[in-house]
Design a binder for this molecule. Structure first.
Ligand SMILES: [Zn+2]
Length: 409
């Protein structure tokens, strides 16, 4: 299987009496290089190399990437997403689900201590040259990266390869044409207006904060679990959607929330407007239930909001969706959008303005870098369209409405 060439020391003559043995002896003893085709030799070398944690990390990372490429979607769905991953959920519930604060703070503290310790190794007195030290540090970094990939994929990332939600629901989303998008915007507007009319608020003032449930996490988890149950997805209790501070820590990277596979928790930025927070919480908790696709998580968040018993949460779902459709339509047909926007009811315009003003408080840091990094990340997970993946929600909602219509109301 494996071939190895190596230089060996003086080769002892092999004592033998037979003619054949003499011939072999002469041949071998005259060689300086000896070719060894020994699997066991290779294995012993490999085992020795892997005893070094850095090499083990690199090997685990590479094998995990290979495995991710090889596993078919049905296999991932059955054995990972609906199998091992449910065990991982139970583990996180016991590990950090009960903490009064997000587990990520503990993780960051641990990481800083570890980095400090590694940096100390780099600067302490040593016989090694600086070149050797830097090489060792790079080796350690590569080993660490391999371990991160390994943990990321096994703790959650394999979910990217599961059977898409549209197959489970039996719907066929397709990219919308301008006309279809205009139609979708009209429907989304009608629904947003209708759900706002049912609220006890002024027709041209922003929805007051006091009207929104204070602990949206529990309510949104409950609503999301009901949606997952309806579409025959596992929906164990105990998933967390944490609100993290300082305000803007994610928003300054154009990110409203993030799911962290290493702690098993979803996070939303505390700087979000209260008319966004419940939707984003449901989105991040959808990730925690094993869905990687951004459009899918937006869609699950939308369904959780519009089917909730709380009319304010219904409105938040319709409004959030409206903003997605509107921004897509504006990109395709800016002039038509301006006309459309002027005709919107004053209340919705006030709510949208309030959200935008809140978001303007946290301008982007390095937006190009973030876009490039996040696109690369999504593409590495098999999502070719990159960040456009978020907009898939409009296709999913349109296809879902076509199949289920008003039966879901
Ligand atoms: Zn997401």
């Amino acid at each position: 299987m494996f071939e190895y060439f190596m230089i060996v020391g003086p080769i002892k003559a092999i004592k033998t009496n037979t003619k054949t043995r003499k011939w072999q002896n002469a041949l071998f003893s005259s060689q300086i290089c000896k070719k060894i085709t020994s699997t066991s030799y290779f294995m012993s070398k490999l085992t020795k190399a892997l005893r070094q944690p850095k090499n083990l990390g690199i090997a685990l990372g590479l094998l995990t990437i290979l495995l991710g490429w090889l596993m078919p979607a049905n296999f991932v769905e059955q054995w990972y997403s609906r199998g091992l991953f449910l065990g991982i959920r139970t583990m996180f519930r016991a590990l950090d689900g009960w903490l009064p604060f997000a587990g990520v703070y503990l993780l960051l503290a641990g990481l800083l201590i570890w980095l400090g310790w590694r940096a100390r190794l780099l600067f302490r007195k040593s016989e090694r040259t600086w070149g050797q030290r830097i090489l060792r540090a790079l080796h350690a970094l590569l080993g660490f990266a391999g371990l991160v990939v390994f943990l990321f994929q096994w703790l959650w990332g394999f979910n990217y390869g599961r059977v898409p939600l549209e197959h489970q629901m039996g719907i066929s989303p397709h990219p919308l044409t301008v006309d279809e998008l205009r139609n979708e915007l009209l429907i989304a507007t009608t629904e947003a207006v209708r759900s706002r009319q049912g609220l006890e608020i002024g027709e041209d003032t922003v929805v007051a904060k006091q009207k929104i449930v204070p602990n949206a996490e529990d309510l949104m988890r409950q609503e999301l679990r009901a949606v997952l149950k309806q579409y025959k997805y596992p929906n164990p209790n105990g998933v967390r959607g944490r609100t993290i501070v300082p305000k803007g820590i994610l928003l300054r990277f154009s990110t409203a929330g993030v799911y962290l596979p290493f702690t098993g928790e979803g996070h939303v930025d505390a700087g979000l407007h209260y008319l966004q927070l419940p939707f984003v919480l449901a989105h991040e908790m959808s990730h925690a239930y094993g869905h990687g696709d951004e459009g899918t998580c937006n869609f699950l968040a939308y369904l959780s909001c519009i089917h909730a018993n709380d009319p304010y949460i219904n409105y938040i779902g319709h409004l959030y969706y409206w903003r997605y459709v509107a921004s897509e339509f504006r990109a395709m047909s800016p002039e038509a959008y301006e006309q459309f926007r002027k005709a919107l009811p004053a209340g919705i315009r006030a709510d949208v303005r309030a959200i935008n003003e809140e978001m303007d408080k946290y301008p982007d840091i390095l937006p190009e870098l973030r876009d490039a990094a996040y696109n690369t990340y999504l593409q590495s997970q098999g999502i070719a369209e990159g960040m456009k993946n978020y907009d898939r929600v409009t296709m999913l909602v349109a296809a879902w409405r076509q199949k289920y219509g008003s039966k879901q109301d």
